[in-house]
Design a protein around this ligand. Structure first.
Ligand SMILES: NC(=O)c1ccc[n+]([C@@H]2O[C@H](COP(=O)([O-])OP(=O)(O)OC[C@H]3O[C@@H](n4cnc5c(N)ncnc54)[C@H](OP(=O)(O)O)[C@@H]3O)[C@@H](O)[C@H]2O)c1
Length: 282
């Protein structure tokens, strides 16, 4: 039996064990996925003892360790290194390799939802790990990206790092009602990469409804609930919407492929996640 772990602290109820164990069972793979809350100060020991064990295939890494785990690994994939965060670790014969599957998953979600990306003017809300992963991929497709963040320092760092990623210009501004309104006025795609609207704060939204238009697409990285208030408002405005559930399942599918070398059963993974989120049958 090969083990895969989810490491973070505190670990809220996560859908990853259900999603991965369903996939392992369906394909008859001798793997098991377990969530392991690791207290600050215990990360190094866990990585050395459990992740390096020959019985371990790898792990997913979540808050607050996506950055700190990097220095405990042997090899970093270029993408993870440039984004500056690891969400997936693979144990390759005792050598620990760090990947970031979030950005690729976001890109796949947007593409499969039919959102035109080539030449798009994009506004990204937030400048944390999810925003960095999304901008890393979108800057190769879009014509311009504006990052709006509550804390300017983080947005500045993202824009500076992005200038070395070989894509379109990435600008930044302080997130205020005025900058939001001004930059959304000619945006083709809005990405919410903040937790605003996430369960249990489901009545919150990062964008007033009147700023949403039918000729824009709206992607919310929040996946619980699958239809956030932002997405419901956008739908009402006639905009194309993309749920963070797609990104969640695709980042897991990519990790599954890295651990097992086997094509993940994406449809079954999506179904079990939607069912657990109370959207069975959709
Ligand atoms: N669908 C998926 O597969 C997936 C994958 C990864 C993450 N996510 C989701 O993405 C969200 C962000 O995750 P992350 O890893 O990027 O977190 P993070 O690194 O902590 O960054 C959070 C970002 O959101 C901003 N923010 C937080 N609260 C805010 C508020 N009340 N108003 C305005 N901005 C606010 C922060 O601004 P400051 O810099 O000012 O603090 C920061 O830019 C979470 O909800 C997470 O669950 C989803």
């Amino acid at each position: 039996m090969k083990m895969c772990y989810l490491i973070g602290y505190p670990l809220e109820h996560s859908l990853s064990p259900l999603m991965h164990n369903t996939a392992f069972r369906l394909l008859g793979l001798e793997y098991r996925y377990e969530a392991r809350p690791i207290r600050p100060g215990e990360l190094e020991e866990f990585v050395g003892r459990e992740l390096r064990s020959p019985d371990t295939a790898g792990a997913n890494v979540t808050m607050p360790y996506k950055e700190t785990v990097m220095e405990l690994l042997d090899v970093l994939d270029v993408e993870a290194s440039e984004i500056g965060a690891v969400n997936t670790v693979v144990n390759r014969d005792g050598s620990l390799v760090g990947y970031n599957t979030d950005g690729r998953a976001a890109l796949r979600a947007l593409r499969e939802s039919g959102v035109p990306l080539s030449g798009a003017r994009v506004v990204v809300l937030g400048a944390g790990g999810a925003a960095r992963a999304v901008v890393y991929h979108l800057c190769r497709e879009a014509s311009e990206i504006t990052v709006l963040n509550r804390t300017p320092r983080r947005a500045v760092r993202l824009a500076e790092d992005a200038s070395g990623w070989g894509g379109c210009p990435v600008r930044w501004a302080h997130l205020t009602p005025e900058t939001l309104s001004r930059h959304l006025a000619d945006a083709d795609l809005l990405v919410n990469a903040t937790p605003v609207g996430m369960y249990p704060n489901v009545s919150e939204t990062p964008v007033p409804r009147e700023l949403l238009r039918e000729d824009m697409a709206v992607f919310d990285v929040v996946y619980n609930p699958p239809r956030t208030r932002l997405l419901r408002d956008a739908e009402e405005a006639g905009a194309k919407t993309v749920s963070g559930v797609l990104m969640f399942v695709y980042q897991g599918a990519e990790a599954f492929r890295l651990w097992t070398g086997v094509e993940p059963p994406v449809e079954a993974m999506m179904e079990v996640v939607l069912e657990a989120l109370g959207c069975g049958g959709t």
